[in-house]
Design a protein around this ligand. Sequence first.
Ligand SMILES: Nc1ncnc2c1ncn2[C@@H]1O[C@H](COP(=O)(O)OP(=O)(O)OP(=O)(O)O)[C@@H](O)[C@H]1O
Length: 656
Amino acid sequence: MDALKSLLSPLTSSTGPIQDTLVMLIAIFYFLDLTLYQKLVVIGGTVETARRASVSAWNGFIDCAFIPAIPGGWGTYSSSVPTAFFLTAHFSQEDYPYDWIMHWLSKQPAWGRSREFDITTRTINRHGMSQSTSGDLEEEEDASDETEELTWGGRRKRKVAIIPSVDTTHTIYYRGHWLRITRSKRFADYGSCSELKISVVARNNDILKKLVLEAKREYEKDAEHRVHIFMADTAYGCWRWNGARQKRPMSSIVLEPGVKDMILEDCKDFLRSEDWYAERGIPFRRGYLLHGVPGSGKTSLIHSLAGELGLDIYVVSLSSKGMSDNTLANLMGNVPSRCILLLEDLDAAFTRGISRDEKSTGAPTRASSSTSTAKSKEESEDNGSTLSLSGLLNSLDGVAAAEGRLLFATTNHIERLDPALSRPGRMDVWINFKNATKWQAEGIFKCFFPSKPSQSAPASSQSSTPGDVKDVSGDKIAVSKRKRSTLVVHTLSEEEIGVLAKRFADSIPEDEFSVASLQGYLLRNKTRPRECVEEVHAWIQQERETRAKLKKEKEEREAKERKEAEEQAKKEAEKDSKAEETTSADNKGKEIIAPESTSASSAASECGTSDVDLEVTPASEDETAQGDNHESEKATDANGSEKWVSVKGQPPDSSV
Ligand SMILES: Nc1ncnc2c1ncn2[C@@H]1O[C@H](COP(=O)(O)OP(=O)(O)OP(=O)(O)O)[C@@H](O)[C@H]1O
């Protein structure tokens, strides 16, 4: 009998009454006069039936024990009669705790024993996938791709994470409790959304609270060195996670003295002043307008600030397809309270036809010509963008707008902005970015050629064979696979670097080249500091020639386009006058006295030319005046203090 019991135990995977019953049944059948085959069929059938019955009994018990909590909520503990013992927490991909738990799960050694799981080089978070820094599998990848982006070590580490597979229940042991974890997918308005359910047998929810807090701590520790970027998805009116970037140190941004400190201190001061704002009834929001030439560090400064302040960045492009007042209001109402909200290239949105009039999509003040306005409208319609300026203003500071966020807007053309948009209260601090000064040129040179000897670099250093570097474009460098070993660059002494930086700065003309273009030149010479200084004059000459050539080509193209437009207009005018002559001849033939309203001017009006004339207004002069006002006026912030900063020239007032 005992031998039979031990034989059955792996099949039934249970002990007690079920197994005893089975043993009894088998014993009865054994003594009946059945053939061996019949006995086997009866035994097999009985065992399988018992197994299924026990499994379904267990599942039924679990199902009735856990009443699903409200979807979308996180950490929602549900209970019913049997939940005196069982607790269930639901985590939705739409909220942060989902990320924390997924990250925590990916670190659990229990995966080594699991029989079903997903493997990823990224960990899933609520908005998509993020670079994983965890997992129990880890290996240094041999760089086989010739054009792979290099780190200073010359190799990249790719880590592999194990996460729960969808629609499978996993069991993990945690602090004396068995956690049953199920990941599932549901379809939301904006696409699919994952959910996580964690059930545990416990008297209260302490164990789940502990789990969430531990997961949060670990997630934040890992995210310490990264800035998360979210992009507005206009199709679904929600935020999509777009990646996590390495934090950029503030020291790598070269701005005139005091500017970085001023803006960083201003942001910090704002973030700790919630009560101050509440006591005075001032909306807890702050806006920064970064304007100026392209490639001067506006975006870089924002990324660097986000890293320094530990905030995520939410980016909206107002000119993106399908943007409407409702979509924008929805997006703005859904940014978390502490974040950086970035409106990029504000002026680009205006040329796409934002208007004060909610119905209209024409540009507000920038109608430099009728053709451009018509074109702008057309573009706007093609684009499906129906955003109005009033819609934008409402989104920024209407009742639904998020509190506690830092709004950053960037533009290359401040003169194109509607004054309502840039007024204090919406944009409290303005910073003007100009082309590189000599001071900046010296600073960026020192950033590129640090004087400390400990810096490690890829094989393309001075000591490597010339020709290792195949191509340089932007931040990426393609290097021969053979030469991927890490070398120590013996950098120059601090004194020598100082002298070279000074010489470099002396050669750079003030306010002619952007910092980005200087960076491009330095990148091409990143292992040749001396040559870089010696060859800078030749580079400047070459840059000037290229610019002159491009300018000439642009002028020629514009002249050609103008000529074509004039010819077209002339042809249309001829056609119109011919049509008019025919009409008047017909009228004469019928001996009808034409009324005065059929004169040439009203015919032109019918053809729409008077509308066109109306559009050709001296708006550009007004705008210039507006732009000048921006430049000369000081903005007053919500606290009543004046904010005006110019990156070039005078360092900002220390009181700012
Ligand atoms: N002041 C600066 N200090 C350090 N790096 C800079 C600076 N300005 C520009 N750069 C470098 O130039 C590149 C472009 O800079 P960034 O995108 O910040 O310019 P931008 O002003 O935002 O340009 P745009 O107006 O075209 O968006 C970056 O790689 C950045 O590292």
